[in-house]
Design a protein around this ligand. Structure first.
Ligand code: PGA
Length: 245
């Protein structure tokens, strides 16, 4: 895993944008794996700004998202489908028909997981963007998730519910379960960029870079990927040995 440490969040976002831009420029039909959360917002702003200024076109790009809360639909204010439309897709020329996310409202959960896995098989990702949870999760793959996992429904960890409650009016409103792409599927992307910003990610980043590869830290599987880049700002990287010296 390549590690890039940046001065701040803005530089983290612009390094990530540089990689994404190169992927889409080389292949205008690229499939992008996208993430929600606070971390990629700076990257999404740069994509929007660049596109508005006549830069990269996403007309032929396809996107697949990592996860969605169970029970929330595309028009629910807190759904990830809505998050993606409001924070990214509406600023780009991407065809919404080419943007994919698990259907949080699906009545048959197993059927929805199978549908999403089939979709992922048909859309191999050229680039996967990831954030990291303070407990080392990626997407909603919480500690203990098998590395062999495909799309599944998870009960969210208490720490995840707490972390995400800032986006809801209170902690009780945070859904308790979610559909998530599994770790095996995430690993199938040709290139992976994992972003980390802020001190509350520093333990997870240390464990990712310096700890063992095992299922108690889901993100650690990325160390076995042939082309994965961690971009962490100074605060997120503050517990790394190299940083301390
Ligand atoms: P965040 O979430 O970007 O909102 O910090 C990251 C994650 O939980 O994967």
């Amino acid at each position: 895993m390549k590690v890039i440490i940046t001065e701040n969040y803005e530089e983290m976002s612009s390094r990530a944008f540089g990689i994404l831009r190169a992927v889409v420029t080389e292949n205008p039909h690229a499939v992008l794996g996208l993430a929600t959360g606070s971390t990629p917002l700076g990257l999404y702003e740069l994509m929007a700004r660049d596109h508005r200024a006549g830069g990269v076109s996403y007309r032929d790009v396809k996107t697949v998202n990592l996860d969605e809360y169970v029970g929330l639909g595309a028009n629910d204010a807190q759904s990830y489908a809505r998050f993606m439309r409001e924070n990214l897709f509406r600023f780009l020329d991407v065809d919404l028909k080419n943007t994919h996310i698990p259907n949080g409202k699906a009545e048959q959960r197993e059927g929805e997981c199978a549908r999403y896995d089939a979709l992922l098989r048909s859309l191999p990702r050229d680039l996967q963007i990831l954030g990291i949870g303070s407990n080392g999760h990626i997407a909603f793959n919480e500690p203990g998730t098998p590395f062999s996992s495909t799309t599944h429904v998870v009960d969210l960890a208490e720490s995840t519910i707490r972390d995400n409650s800032r986006l809801f009016s209170c902690e009780e409103e945070v859904p308790r379960s979610a559909f998530t792409m599994g770790l095996k599927s995430i690993m199938e992307a040709k290139h992976i960029v994992i972003l980390a910003s802020g001190e509350n990610k520093s333990r997870a980043v240390r464990a990712l870079v310096e700890g063992d590869v095992n299922e108690s830290l889901p993100a650690s599987i990325l160390r076995t990927h042939p082309d994965c880049t961690l971009i962490a700002d100074r605060a997120a990287a503050s517990l790394l040995k190299e940083e301390a010296s």
